[in-house]
Design a protein around this ligand. Structure first.
Ligand SMILES: [Fe+2]
Length: 319
């Protein structure tokens, strides 16, 4: 049974004030109160997509992957246990906090807490952004994607692809190994970046209106740390920027990601770097940033480009 996509994430937080400001300023997500120890952020008609939980430290908490229903969840657990992964059923408190009907969790080989769920509850009333906003691209594509730093990319690939059924969309070998894995037509729901350490590289949220990327970029630059400047990816074609969230990892805010036709797609090697233009990697040290920008220069000179991926109702055709 296949995992359907990324359904929610959780973050550990010491400072709810910072999260309220980041969610409002940068993400333009709706804040739903969950008592003294949790804060929920909505992106669509579901009760939340980001769950901020009070902790004595800041960092990633968990990644929730959607399954089709109770039987699909049981099947996922069976598959994990068949390869000797320890799976823990959710407590009543965890089910309530996440607003799901069923959940079980485990650690992936890099130590990330991965949850499998079904039945994420609807929120109270329609989604209402804290500023004029065209909404997020979720639905059957899930809420976005998560990219992990991983020490052992082969063990992580076996976990996500062989055990959980993710498909390889494309990959990079040089200058580092990177795998993009999909669970639905979204180009990737998970990506694995060979690294010296295990951790979260970034999480992507995709908006329906291009202008919302620019608006968020303006607010992000006023008072938040930018990780990568505005740019466009060469493989999933997303136009985006990255800002550091209060949990210490980056959040990518993007528009216009391509989708994959399962019937015709074949995995391919990405040989021209991560971005067609922009995305100056401010989070890197000077030397690696310079190398990244040399790759980008070569990509620009190669003329690499791609058509815009515009959702219905968001464009006029002009002469
Ligand atoms: Fe991304």
């Amino acid at each position: 049974m296949r995992v359907q996509g990324l359904g929610y994430i959780g973050v550990d937080a010491t400072d709810f004030g910072a999260w309220r400001a980041f969610a409002t300023d940068v993400l333009a997500m709706q804040i739903a109160e969950r008592g003294a120890d949790a804060l929920a952020l909505r992106m669509d008609d579901r009760c939340h997509r980001v769950l901020v939980q009070r902790s004595d430290h800041d960092g990633p908490g968990f990644f929730g992957f959607q399954t089709a229903g109770p039987e699909a969840l049981r099947e996922t657990v069976r598959q994990l246990e068949a390869v000797r992964v320890a799976v823990t059923p959710a407590s009543e408190k965890e089910l309530m906090l996440r607003g799901v009907e069923g959940m079980a969790w485990c650690r992936d080989p890099a130590g990330n807490r991965i949850e499998f769920f079904h039945g994420l509850a609807a929120g109270e009333g329609p989604f209402k952004a804290p500023r004029p906003h065209g909404g997020f691209r979720c639905g059957p594509l899930g809420m976005g994607h998560a990219v992990f730093h991983v020490q052992d990319i082969d063990a992580m690939s076996a976990f996500y692809r062989d055990t959980l059924g993710f498909r390889l969309t494309d990959y990079m070998v040089k200058p580092y190994r990177l795998m993009f894995l999909r669970a639905n037509p979204r180009h990737h729901s998970v990506a694995l970046l060979q690294s010296k350490l295990n951790g979260v590289h970034h999480v992507l949220f995709e908006v329906l209106a291009l202008d919302d990327v620019g608006r968020a970029y303006d607010f992000a630059q006023e008072r938040w740390r930018i990780g990568q400047t505005l740019g466009r990816h060469s493989n999933d074609w997303t136009l985006s920027f990255y800002a550091f969230c209060p949990a210490g990892f980056m959040m990518e805010y993007g528009w216009g990601g391509r989708t994959v036709d399962e019937a015709t797609w074949t995995p391919r090697e990405v040989t021209h770097g991560g971005s067609m233009w922009g995305h100056d990697r401010l989070w890197l040290d000077e030397e690696r940033r310079r190398t990244a920008n040399e790759v980008r220069r070569a990509t620009i000179l190669s003329g690499l480009g791609a058509p815009l991926q515009v959702t219905r109702g968001q464009f006029n055709e002009v002469e």
